[in-house]
Design a protein around this ligand. Sequence first.
Ligand code: NDP
Length: 254
Amino acid sequence: MKCFDLGGKVALVTGGNGGIGLGMSRGLARAGARIMIAGRNAQKNAAAVADLSAIGVDCDSVVADLSRESDARSLAPRTLERFGRLDILVNNAGVPMRKLPQDHTTEDWRLVIDTNLSSAFWTCQSAYSEFRRLGAGKVINVGSHASILGAPFTTAYAASKGGLLQMTKSLACAWGRDNIQVNAILPGYIDTDMAKSARQEVPGTEERVLSRTPAGRWGTLDDCEGIAVFLASPASDFVTGTALLLDGGYAALG
Ligand code: NDP
């Protein structure tokens, strides 16, 4: 379908080497986009490039630590060098921090805020001139249930993800007339490495997710494909400044 076609487009996906980022990258690749992924782990990057290349599109990776401003700001220029353009920016890289507020150190706080929130600001700023050159751009910020719901052990994480949601709205307002759409995806419980650690660190997670989620299951990487294609494609050209829950109905249950 033409309105979901990403042929000729280039997407940069932070944290695209696994989990939700890889799921979204697969969707974008299947819709025809070329993909640049960024992550800290070179082996995971190489495995993801092989996975995505098997779909039949040109893909590459950059080793980068998104908690560092210089690394984050280098990604858009490196994507331009490699592919000649940048149409879609997916800010997905993120780390959890499951501690009560009184136990967070300043280092914990800074790591989570820089990795999950500041990095997205840095990549957006550095992609803006290319979006202006193209006369169009798509930004997808990956928030969380923690963008809108409270929990006792997620203070820094919730602050980062709540900030990401508000930043999404602000960027959408600022860049609407530049034909740049900025939206967020708020995942619920998706079965990734991060979810595995949640199961280990938070007793009762497995039972709560299965009993409370109206869909009756965890989300999968396959569930991440279509929503990314929608927000990256012409199908969403009049959708900006909003957030789509990807949670099997979890947040809808009162
Ligand atoms: P994973 O732990 O499976 O993947 C995290 C990704 O982020 C990896 O690709 C990792 O690559 C990358 N990453 C982490 N820190 C950095 C860093 N400093 N620099 C560069 N890359 C980094 O997690 P998920 O796929 O589950 O999570 C993806 C996003 O979705 C996160 O933002 C998370 O907060 C959010 N989310 C996830 C939920 C879930 O249920 N899974 C629920 C709600 C939100 P590498 O290790 O190579 O650096």
